[in-house]
Ligand binder design. Sequence first.
Ligand SMILES: [Zn+2]
Length: 266
Amino acid sequence: MVIRALAGAAVAGAITAGARKTRTLSESGQWAAFFSGILAAAAGWWWAALLIAFFVTSAALSRWRLHEKMQKTEGTLPRATERNAGQVIANGGFFVLFAFGAQYTGNERLAFAALGALAAASADTWSTEIGMLFGGTPRLITTGKATQTGMSGGVSAAGFGAGIAGALFIALAGAFAIPHHHARLAVAAFAGGFGGCLADSLIGATLQSKRFCDRCHHWTERRVHACGYRTRHARGINWLSNDAVNLCGTFAGAVISVLAGWMMAR
Ligand SMILES: [Zn+2]
C-alpha cells in the first residue's frame, strides 16, 4: 500500500500540476485532487485509473466550447472556470472513501458504492456540459417549466442522453477493471449513476438555494449578478449550494448502486 500511495502521489502530483497550469483546478482544488489521487492509488491501481478516466473526460468536456457555455450562463452561474476543493470533493469524495474502504475491509458493497458514486458524478458532469451546449431551453424536472441555461434542476433531452452515456462510461470501465461480479457491478453502477444524476436534478430543482436579482428580475445562482447588483436568497435552503447538492447526488448514486447489486444477487 505504501508503494502504491507513493506512486499515486507522483502521478497525482503531475496530473494536478498540469490541471492547475491549464486552469482546470484552483489552488485548493489542486490539493483536494492530489489527496484524492493518493487515496485512490492506495486503494488500488484500478481505482486510481478509474478516477483518472473520470477526471480527464470531465475536464475535457468542461473545457470544450467553454466561452460559448460561459456566455449562455452569464446571468446564472459564477464566472469561475477553475474547480475548487469543494467541487472536487463533491464529485470524488465519496468515491475515494468507499474505494479505500472496499480495499481494506473486503466488503463488496463498498465497491458497488464507490462505482455508483463515481458514475453519478460522471453522469452529472456530462449531462451538465452537453446539456448547456445542445439542450436548448432547459425545463425544470419537477414542473416542466422553462428555466435559464445553467440553473440547477433544469433538464433537457440532450442532457439526459449525455447523463446516460456518462454513467455507462464509468459503469463499463469499472466492471472491466474491478475483479468479480462484472455484469452485476456494471448494471448496478449504471443504475446508481443515472439515479444519482436524477436525484441531483430533483434536489437542485426543489431544495437548492436559488437567488434573485431585484434589478433585472432574474433568477440566478450568483451572489453578485452579471449586472453588478448583489442578489438575495429567495428560495430553497440557504446553505444548500450546488456543491452540497452534488455531494448528495453522488451519495444517492452509491446507495442506489448498492441496492441494485443486492437485489440482483438475491
Ligand atoms: Zn441583475
